[in-house]
Design a protein around this ligand. Structure first.
Ligand code: DC
Length: 226
Protein backbone atom coordinates (compact mmCIF):
# COMPACT_ATOMS: atom_id res chain seq x y z
CA UNK A 1 0.00 0.00 0.00
CA UNK A 2 1.37 3.42 -0.94
CA UNK A 3 -0.27 6.42 0.64
CA UNK A 4 0.99 9.62 -1.00
CA UNK A 5 1.25 13.20 0.23
CA UNK A 6 -2.10 14.85 0.48
CA UNK A 7 -4.05 11.71 1.45
CA UNK A 8 -7.05 13.03 3.36
CA UNK A 9 -9.31 11.31 5.86
CA UNK A 10 -12.33 13.38 6.94
CA UNK A 11 -14.20 12.55 10.15
CA UNK A 12 -17.34 14.48 10.98
CA UNK A 13 -19.96 14.01 13.63
CA UNK A 14 -21.74 15.50 16.63
CA UNK A 15 -20.12 16.58 19.91
CA UNK A 16 -18.81 13.78 22.09
CA UNK A 17 -18.95 11.03 19.44
CA UNK A 18 -15.29 10.26 20.10
CA UNK A 19 -13.97 11.89 16.94
CA UNK A 20 -10.75 13.32 18.37
CA UNK A 21 -9.72 10.21 20.33
CA UNK A 22 -10.33 8.01 17.30
CA UNK A 23 -8.86 10.41 14.75
CA UNK A 24 -5.71 10.69 16.86
CA UNK A 25 -5.34 6.90 17.02
CA UNK A 26 -5.94 6.41 13.32
CA UNK A 27 -3.46 9.19 12.48
CA UNK A 28 -0.80 7.62 14.66
CA UNK A 29 -1.31 4.16 13.16
CA UNK A 30 -1.13 5.51 9.60
CA UNK A 31 1.70 7.99 10.23
CA UNK A 32 -0.58 10.91 9.34
CA UNK A 33 -1.01 14.32 10.97
CA UNK A 34 -4.10 14.79 13.10
CA UNK A 35 -5.91 18.09 12.57
CA UNK A 36 -8.51 19.03 15.19
CA UNK A 37 -10.57 21.78 13.54
CA UNK A 38 -12.84 22.21 16.57
CA UNK A 39 -9.78 23.45 18.47
CA UNK A 40 -9.44 26.31 15.96
CA UNK A 41 -13.09 27.36 16.44
CA UNK A 42 -12.57 27.08 20.19
CA UNK A 43 -9.53 29.41 20.00
CA UNK A 44 -11.59 31.89 17.99
CA UNK A 45 -14.42 31.63 20.55
CA UNK A 46 -11.96 32.37 23.37
CA UNK A 47 -10.56 35.35 21.45
CA UNK A 48 -13.98 36.91 20.83
CA UNK A 49 -15.04 36.30 24.41
CA UNK A 50 -11.90 37.94 25.77
CA UNK A 51 -12.49 40.90 23.46
CA UNK A 52 -16.01 41.21 24.90
CA UNK A 53 -17.72 40.81 21.50
CA UNK A 54 -21.50 40.41 21.62
CA UNK A 55 -22.23 36.94 20.21
CA UNK A 56 -25.52 38.20 18.76
CA UNK A 57 -23.72 40.89 16.75
CA UNK A 58 -22.61 39.23 13.49
CA UNK A 59 -21.00 42.41 12.11
CA UNK A 60 -18.89 42.81 15.26
CA UNK A 61 -17.76 39.15 15.04
CA UNK A 62 -16.89 39.58 11.34
CA UNK A 63 -14.83 42.68 12.06
CA UNK A 64 -13.06 41.37 15.15
CA UNK A 65 -12.20 37.89 13.89
CA UNK A 66 -9.70 39.48 11.49
CA UNK A 67 -7.52 40.37 14.46
CA UNK A 68 -7.20 36.76 15.59
CA UNK A 69 -4.09 35.09 14.29
CA UNK A 70 -4.70 31.38 14.79
CA UNK A 71 -1.87 29.05 13.89
CA UNK A 72 -1.20 25.37 14.36
CA UNK A 73 2.11 23.81 15.23
CA UNK A 74 3.06 20.25 15.95
CA UNK A 75 5.15 19.84 19.07
CA UNK A 76 6.16 16.33 20.15
CA UNK A 77 3.50 14.97 17.80
CA UNK A 78 0.72 17.01 19.44
CA UNK A 79 -1.30 19.75 17.79
CA UNK A 80 -0.71 23.04 19.58
CA UNK A 81 -3.03 25.97 18.85
CA UNK A 82 -1.58 29.46 19.05
CA UNK A 83 -3.82 32.49 19.37
CA UNK A 84 -1.88 35.67 18.59
CA UNK A 85 1.28 33.90 19.70
CA UNK A 86 -0.17 32.41 22.92
CA UNK A 87 -0.41 28.64 23.37
CA UNK A 88 -4.13 28.18 24.20
CA UNK A 89 -4.25 24.38 24.41
CA UNK A 90 -4.87 24.65 28.14
CA UNK A 91 -7.92 26.88 27.86
CA UNK A 92 -9.80 25.60 24.81
CA UNK A 93 -11.10 22.35 26.29
CA UNK A 94 -13.65 23.88 28.69
CA UNK A 95 -17.42 23.53 28.17
CA UNK A 96 -17.58 27.31 27.86
CA UNK A 97 -15.02 27.32 25.04
CA UNK A 98 -17.11 24.64 23.26
CA UNK A 99 -20.27 26.70 23.54
CA UNK A 100 -18.45 29.84 22.36
CA UNK A 101 -17.01 27.88 19.44
CA UNK A 102 -20.42 26.61 18.42
CA UNK A 103 -21.82 30.16 18.45
CA UNK A 104 -18.93 31.87 16.65
CA UNK A 105 -18.65 29.10 14.06
CA UNK A 106 -21.98 30.26 12.62
CA UNK A 107 -20.28 33.38 11.27
CA UNK A 108 -19.26 33.23 7.56
CA UNK A 109 -16.07 35.28 8.05
CA UNK A 110 -14.91 33.09 10.92
CA UNK A 111 -15.52 30.00 8.79
CA UNK A 112 -13.79 31.42 5.72
CA UNK A 113 -10.67 32.22 7.70
CA UNK A 114 -10.45 28.85 9.44
CA UNK A 115 -11.42 26.74 6.42
CA UNK A 116 -8.55 28.33 4.47
CA UNK A 117 -6.13 27.38 7.22
CA UNK A 118 -7.51 23.82 7.31
CA UNK A 119 -7.28 23.38 3.53
CA UNK A 120 -3.69 24.62 3.56
CA UNK A 121 -2.76 22.07 6.22
CA UNK A 122 -4.35 19.22 4.24
CA UNK A 123 -2.77 20.23 0.93
CA UNK A 124 0.73 19.79 2.25
CA UNK A 125 0.40 16.59 4.25
CA UNK A 126 -1.44 13.33 4.82
CA UNK A 127 -4.07 14.18 7.42
CA UNK A 128 -6.87 12.80 9.51
CA UNK A 129 -9.04 15.87 10.06
CA UNK A 130 -12.09 15.97 12.29
CA UNK A 131 -14.89 18.50 12.64
CA UNK A 132 -18.42 19.16 11.40
CA UNK A 133 -18.00 20.11 7.73
CA UNK A 134 -14.79 18.38 6.69
CA UNK A 135 -16.30 15.83 4.27
CA UNK A 136 -18.95 18.25 2.98
CA UNK A 137 -16.98 21.53 2.63
CA UNK A 138 -13.36 21.60 3.75
CA UNK A 139 -12.08 18.46 2.00
CA UNK A 140 -14.80 17.44 -0.48
CA UNK A 141 -12.28 15.24 -2.31
CA UNK A 142 -11.05 13.39 0.78
CA UNK A 143 -10.17 9.78 -0.06
CA UNK A 144 -11.98 8.51 3.05
CA UNK A 145 -14.99 10.15 4.70
CA UNK A 146 -16.54 8.98 7.94
CA UNK A 147 -19.59 10.23 9.78
CA UNK A 148 -19.09 9.17 13.37
CA UNK A 149 -22.00 9.32 15.74
CA UNK A 150 -23.45 7.76 18.91
CA UNK A 151 -26.68 8.20 20.88
CA UNK A 152 -26.87 11.34 23.03
CA UNK A 153 -27.13 9.26 26.24
CA UNK A 154 -23.96 7.35 25.40
CA UNK A 155 -22.13 10.56 24.52
CA UNK A 156 -23.27 12.22 27.75
CA UNK A 157 -22.12 9.19 29.76
CA UNK A 158 -18.66 9.26 28.13
CA UNK A 159 -18.30 12.97 28.95
CA UNK A 160 -19.57 12.37 32.49
CA UNK A 161 -16.97 9.63 33.02
CA UNK A 162 -14.23 11.87 31.65
CA UNK A 163 -15.12 14.74 33.99
CA UNK A 164 -15.60 12.61 37.09
CA UNK A 165 -12.27 10.88 36.42
CA UNK A 166 -10.71 14.35 36.58
CA UNK A 167 -12.50 14.94 39.90
CA UNK A 168 -14.95 17.47 38.48
CA UNK A 169 -18.50 17.45 39.85
CA UNK A 170 -21.14 17.27 37.11
CA UNK A 171 -24.72 16.30 36.36
CA UNK A 172 -25.34 13.79 33.57
CA UNK A 173 -28.74 15.24 32.65
CA UNK A 174 -27.28 18.72 32.22
CA UNK A 175 -24.44 17.28 30.12
CA UNK A 176 -26.94 15.48 27.86
CA UNK A 177 -29.09 18.60 27.55
CA UNK A 178 -26.01 20.66 26.53
CA UNK A 179 -24.99 18.02 23.97
CA UNK A 180 -28.46 18.00 22.40
CA UNK A 181 -28.49 21.82 22.32
CA UNK A 182 -25.06 22.01 20.67
CA UNK A 183 -26.01 19.35 18.09
CA UNK A 184 -29.12 21.34 17.24
CA UNK A 185 -27.09 24.54 16.88
CA UNK A 186 -24.46 22.83 14.67
CA UNK A 187 -27.02 20.98 12.51
CA UNK A 188 -29.42 23.84 11.87
CA UNK A 189 -27.02 26.71 11.19
CA UNK A 190 -27.16 28.34 7.78
CA UNK A 191 -23.55 27.84 6.66
CA UNK A 192 -21.92 24.40 6.49
CA UNK A 193 -24.24 22.69 8.96
CA UNK A 194 -23.23 19.35 10.40
CA UNK A 195 -24.52 16.62 8.11
CA UNK A 196 -23.31 13.34 6.69
CA UNK A 197 -21.64 13.72 3.28
CA UNK A 198 -23.29 11.54 0.64
CA UNK A 199 -20.11 9.52 0.18
CA UNK A 200 -19.30 9.21 3.90
CA UNK A 201 -19.34 5.88 5.74
CA UNK A 202 -21.65 6.01 8.75
CA UNK A 203 -20.22 4.58 11.97
CA UNK A 204 -22.40 4.49 15.07
CA UNK A 205 -19.99 4.00 17.97
CA UNK A 206 -22.70 3.55 20.65
CA UNK A 207 -21.81 -0.11 21.16
CA UNK A 208 -18.24 -0.06 19.89
CA UNK A 209 -14.92 0.38 21.66
CA UNK A 210 -12.42 3.07 20.64
CA UNK A 211 -10.16 0.34 19.24
CA UNK A 212 -12.94 -1.13 17.09
CA UNK A 213 -13.84 2.23 15.56
CA UNK A 214 -10.19 3.19 14.94
CA UNK A 215 -9.55 -0.22 13.33
CA UNK A 216 -12.53 0.25 11.00
CA UNK A 217 -11.26 3.65 9.84
CA UNK A 218 -7.70 2.37 9.35
CA UNK A 219 -9.09 -0.53 7.30
CA UNK A 220 -11.10 1.90 5.14
CA UNK A 221 -7.94 3.94 4.46
CA UNK A 222 -5.89 0.86 3.58
CA UNK A 223 -8.62 -0.59 1.35
CA UNK A 224 -8.98 2.71 -0.48
CA UNK A 225 -5.23 3.02 -1.02
CA UNK A 226 -4.67 -0.54 -2.31
O1 DC B 1 -15.41 19.39 17.95
P1 DC B 1 -15.50 20.48 19.03
O2 DC B 1 -16.46 20.17 20.15
O3 DC B 1 -14.16 20.88 19.54
O4 DC B 1 -16.09 21.77 18.24
C1 DC B 1 -16.51 22.92 18.89
C2 DC B 1 -17.51 23.67 18.02
O5 DC B 1 -16.84 24.23 16.88
C3 DC B 1 -18.65 22.85 17.46
O6 DC B 1 -19.75 22.81 18.34
C4 DC B 1 -18.98 23.54 16.16
C5 DC B 1 -17.70 24.21 15.75
N1 DC B 1 -17.02 23.49 14.65
C6 DC B 1 -17.43 23.76 13.37
O7 DC B 1 -18.36 24.54 13.16
N2 DC B 1 -16.79 23.19 12.32
C7 DC B 1 -15.77 22.33 12.51
N3 DC B 1 -15.17 21.81 11.44
C8 DC B 1 -15.36 22.01 13.82
C9 DC B 1 -16.02 22.60 14.88
Amino acid sequence: MVISMGYNIAIDGPAGAGKSTIAKRAAKALGFIYVDTGAMYRAMGIFLMREGVDMADAAAISAKCREADITIRYENGEQVVYLNGENVNGVIRSEQAGTMASLTSQNPDVRKKLVELQQKLAADADVVMDGRDIGTCVLPNAQVKVYLTAGSKVRAMRRYNELTAKGEACDIDIIEKDIIERDHQDMTREISPLRQAEDAVLIDSSDMTIEEVAAQIIALAKKQAD
